[in-house]
Design a protein around this ligand. Structure first.
Ligand code: ZN
Length: 146
């Protein structure tokens, strides 16, 4: 869903909501709640494990598993920013985004949403907060000056 004419508002009870769209919206919500639940349960279990009793080979697997779930949190927050977690209920959609991005890295959803809108309105430009000359210099040393 990348483009310059992205709408981030999804009015509650929009007249375009069909049975199929409603089911699709519920699917997004179900997936989001599942990811949050899995992330929270896994984190609680891992924090209560005595890692000295675990075989060494298991630790990297558990670390990768939790990283996978953290990625799920960020992907869910990103989907919420695009209004696709719960398209029929904007407040619930943004609540899910607020929870997931806070759990991900204690980021503030409203601030991230504002910057993400700028990112999609002005991709790869000076107005894009995700794309700066500093980033370019790191990726291509010597190509650009600060
Ligand atoms: Zn996006």
């Amino acid at each position: 869903m990348v483009g310059s004419n992205i709408s981030f508002s999804h009015p509650v009870g929009a007249s375009t909501t069909t049975g199929s769209a409603l089911a699709k919206g519920m699917t997004g919500l179900l997936v989001a709640v599942s990811i949050i639940g899995l992330w929270a349960a896994s984190l609680m279990i891992l924090l209560h494990l005595n890692i000295t009793e675990l075989p060494g080979w298991l630790l990297p697997i558990l670390l990768l598993w939790q990283m996978f779930l953290y990625t799920g949190l960020f992907a869910t927050a990103h989907d919420a920013m695009h209004g696709s977690i719960c398209p029929q209920n904007s407040r619930l959609n943004h609540f899910i985004g607020t929870v997931t991005v806070f759990c991900y890295a204690t980021f503030l959803y409203r601030e991230l949403l504002s910057n993400h809108r700028l990112h999609h309105r002005h991709p790869a430009s000076e107005q894009d907060p995700d794309f700066t000359m500093v980033n370019i210099s790191i990726l291509h040393p010597g190509t650009f000056t600060l």
